[in-house]
Ligand binder design. Structure first.
Ligand code: ADP
Length: 233
């Protein structure tokens, strides 16, 4: 039986996790409002160039905050064990097309080419919200860590006999240094080349991805060569 102290410690830990959950939830509304108002200024043709540049900064920082808060929210859901999957039938070709639409601005900004290859037509069974979080995190990393004119490929195939789907996302980016590959799924970890690449990140994404995939009884791993590219499977 846990001693009184351990019970107390567990309660404090849970209260802390619940606080993170509550705080990140509460932060979503103001962040949406900040982004929304920055967008209004950006779409106004009368305001000065300087004001627009400032509004653009506000918008970009808003997106950054939104990403962090979403990661924290997912993290606390995982920690608190409150994730419940809502399994639906998903047509991967249409589903990935929608995801790629939301990533279009980032893809175009770096002049990347994005290729998809879905090898089957039947729907898969998964949770649309959490699968989106997983794929968006991996795709967003692929975009972020790939230099201009690179290629990002998303491929999906059925694993025979196992009733599972293998999704592969590969890029032609900076890669992950061999010596740091074992740490890549750790909470808050960022590889040295990523930190030096003028990208921002919080090292929470892949931790969340791995935990979610494990909750779905799946596996995630990767192959990578520095300066050549990375493939997540
Ligand atoms: P971050 O917010 O730093 O991107 P993640 O948890 O999503 O955090 O990823 C952890 C680390 O894994 C990154 O900081 C980076 O070092 C490495 N990484 C992830 N995806 C890629 C990729 N496609 N190419 C190169 N490095 C990657």
């Amino acid at each position: 039986f846990p001693s009184h102290d351990t019970t107390h410690e567990l309660a404090t830990e849970r209260a802390q996790k619940e606080f993170v959950s509550l705080a990140s939830h509460q932060l979503r509304t103001p962040i949406t409002s900040i982004k929304w108002n920055a967008e209004i200024i950006l779409s106004n043709n009368i305001v000065d160039k300087e004001v627009k540049l400032a509004a653009n900064d506000i918008y970009k920082e808003g997106i950054r905050m939104e990403k962090l808060v979403n990661s924290l929210l997912n993290l606390s859901r995982i920690d608190l064990g409150t994730i419940k999957f809502n399994i639906q039938e998903l047509y991967l070709d249409k589903y990935t097309e929608e995801i790629s639409q939301t990533l279009k601005p980032e893809i175009n900004e770096k002049n990347l080419s994005f290729e998809t290859d879905i090898k089957f037509k039947n729907p898969i069974k998964n949770d649309p919200v959490y699968l989106d979080i997983i794929l968006t995190n991996i795709l967003y990393n692929a975009i972020k860590y790939t230099n201009t004119n690179g290629i990002i490929r998303l491929k999906a195939d059925i694993i025979p006999d196992k009733e599972k789907v293998l999704i592969t996302i590969s890029d032609t980016g900076i890669g992950i240094p061999q010596s740091q590959q074992s740490q890549i799924f750790s909470r808050l970890f960022r590889a040295d080349n990523a930190k030096n690449s003028h990208t921002d990140g919080n090292g929470l994404g892949l931790y969340v991805v791995k935990k979610l995939i494990e909750l779905m009884n799946g596996n995630v791993w990767f192959e990578s060569q520095e300066n050549k590219g990375t493939t997540f499977l």
